[in-house]
Write a protein that binds this ligand. Structure first.
Ligand code: PMP
Length: 276
């Protein structure tokens, strides 16, 4: 297995990580997960745009060019001979003896890996069960930070209730999943939380909104209360790894049993058409 460390791709055993990395001390860093289909990175430009945005929002100086990122990502894919999989890219603020106050002079530490990950055909066909719980995260969920404590706690809670994914609500308003965005469909209209500071604006979310509009569907980016989940016609979650995954049921703070309906199937199909 070959991994990326700074500008080098080396065997994993050779990649040393520094004790003073702010990523370890504070979760002070950002990341992206990019899907690989047919040996090619999917929507790589949108992912790199978001990486630069996250860096800017956190005041992390990022001088690596888009061309360099693209080359390194392609090299990771080739060296690891990945056909269908993911590339993970992480950037921490850099090395500094532990101190809350960060220095602006330090350089970010770039790491990454690639691995095989098949499309989840079974889940795409049969759907998943969701667990609805409180959103206990901070107020800058728009930043794709490696500091994911609220997300991982919600995910564990979901798994403990035999659910595949957690979806979250802030004071009764549905936000998003622990690692996905949520859409619901009512009377042929798609509803999803707007891209504010309270959610991560998923690349898959953006692709699906575009596909839905192109298909002539009405898309409403407005926050909705938890009770609406119980009367939805259909629902699905989106993410880089899960694509458009139908929702079968919701339990936890609300209970709902859902049909996997025609609009979800239509969007899944439209998404599939985009794959190389
Ligand atoms: N929301 C959160 C909190 C996430 O972690 C993710 C996936 N990283 C998403 C949404 C989906 O984003 P994307 O479609 O870019 O994978």
């Amino acid at each position: 297995k070959y991994v990326l460390i700074d500008q080098d791709i080396v065997p994993k055993e050779k990649a040393g990580i520094d004790f003073d990395d702010r990523g370890y001390h504070f979760g002070d860093g950002i990341y992206e997960v990019i899907r690989i289909y047919n040996g090619k990175p999917f929507t790589i430009n949108q992912h790199l745009d978001r990486l630069y945005e996250s860096a800017k929002k956190l005041d992390i100086p990022l001088s690596t060019t888009r061309e360099t990122f693209t080359e390194l990502i392609n090299e990771l894919i080739i060296k690891n001979t990945i056909e269908t999989g993911i590339v993970y890219i992480q950037l921490t603020r850099g090395l500094q003896p532990r101190n809350h106050l960060y220095q602006r002079e330090i350089s970010p530490v770039l790491t990454g890996f690639a691995e095989n990950l098949e499309r989840k055909e079974e889940l795409l066909t049969n759907g998943v069960d969701l667990w609805l719980t409180k959103d206990i995260r901070w107020l800058r969920c728009d930043i794709k930070t490696i500091n994911l404590l609220g997300n991982i706690m919600a995910k564990r809670e979901a798994a403990d209730h035999n659910c595949h994914e957690a979806i979250m609500h802030r004071d009764g308003t549905v936000t998003e999943g622990s690692s996905s965005n949520l859409f619901l469909i009512k009377d042929s209209t798609l509803y999803t939380h707007p891209a504010t500071n309270l959610i991560l604006n998923g690349i898959t979310r953006q692709v699906v909104i575009k596909l839905a509009k192109e298909a002539g569907l009405h898309v409403v980016e407005e926050a909705f209360p938890v009770d609406v989940l119980a009367i939805a016609d259909e629902a699905f979650i989106t993410s880089t790894t899960m694509e458009v995954t139908p929702v079968r049921s919701i339990t936890g703070d609300v209970s709902a049993t859902l049909e996997i309906g025609p609009i979800t199937r239509q969007l899944q199909e439209a998404f599939k058409q985009l794959l190389p």
